[in-house]
Ligand binder design. Structure first.
Ligand code: ZN
Ligand code: ZN
Ligand code: ZN
Length: 275
């Protein structure tokens, strides 16, 4: 199984419009962050989690030419604004409706944002996305992957995170959360790779700050963890030095391969949370 980050930034993206801070003007490409999304390919299946505003640009830049399904965490615009570009994959897939999985309220909001989507080919060609909306109630399968949704608290709303298990490994993805309830943590625990929200160093009302992210990782006990949904608080290089072994900041285009024997446990004992 291979994960590739379509984007790793918070809702403003980084650089932020009109900001001249150290991060927004950094020449390190890892400090340029599109809005957050993930591409997954596993055992002959290819799917994305969320369709952020730069979805098309990310697919072109990263060479993603196949998507069989879309999983949605929630309907905030930074995770959904690129949804229209699914129609290109409808064309590639031979006018097969694209399954879009999400919580009921997420799909209701998405249909209101994109009222012109259809479930059938358009008379004049595929100029509208063809979507098969699938409300998520429990575990489901995407190709050879078993997907387990879990609920997380994200300020005034709850969003879906997803755990994915395939014969070649497992990961959990929770890009927007302030806290993870115990019953959700039970579903995440022991994954190979845990990708979790880390908006900034300080706490935030609707997103995890660094200490909250590290506590969640410690509770989840993954082999490796990546921080995502980052703002312009700190450069990639500086954040990397603040993290314990096994935990890294994600960056746009980063490829994470599962199923290798190089996975090591996140070790909170060997190194402090900051230095
Ligand atoms: Zn977001
Ligand atoms: Zn800035
Ligand atoms: Zn959000």
């Amino acid at each position: 199984m291979t994960l590739q980050f379509l984007g790793t930034g918070t809702s403003t993206g980084v650089p932020m419009i009109g900001c001249n801070c150290e991060v927004c003007t950094s020449s390190d490409p890892r400090d340029r962050r599109r809005r957050s999304g993930l591409h997954v390919s596993a055992d002959g299946t290819s799917f994305v989690i969320d369709t952020p505003p730069e979805f098309r640009l990310a697919c072109v830049e990263l060479g993603i030419s196949r998507v069989d399904a879309v999983l949605l965490t929630h309907a905030h615009v930074d995770h959904t604004a690129g949804f229209d570009d699914i129609r290109r994959f409808n064309t590639i897939n031979g006018a097969v409706p694209m399954p879009a999985y999400g919580a009921e309220e997420t799909l209701v909001a998405l249909k209101a944002m994109f009222p012109y989507v259809t479930t059938a080919p358009n008379a004049l060609g595929l100029f509208r996305p063809m979507i098969d909306f699938v409300p998520v109630k429990g575990r489901f399968r995407v190709g050879g992957c078993e997907v387990t949704p879990f609920r997380v608290e994200h300020g005034t709303i709850r969003t879906n995170g997803y755990r994915v298990d395939s014969p070649s490994g497992s990961f959990a993805y929770a890009p927007d959360c302030k806290s993870i309830p115990p019953e959700s943590m039970d579903k995440i625990r022991g994954v190979d790779v845990f990708v979790v929200d880390c908006l900034r160093l300080r706490p935030h009302p609707t997103h995890m700050g660094l200490d909250e992210s590290l506590s969640a990782i410690e509770a989840a006990r993954p082999k490796r963890a990546f921080l995502t949904h980052l703002c312009h608080d700190v450069t990639h290089a500086r954040l990397e030095k603040m993290l314990p072994p096994g935990v890294k900041p994600a960056y746009d285009g980063l490829v994470v391969r599962l199923g290798s024997n190089t996975l090591r446990g996140c070790d909170f004992a060997r190194k402090g949370r900051s230095e």
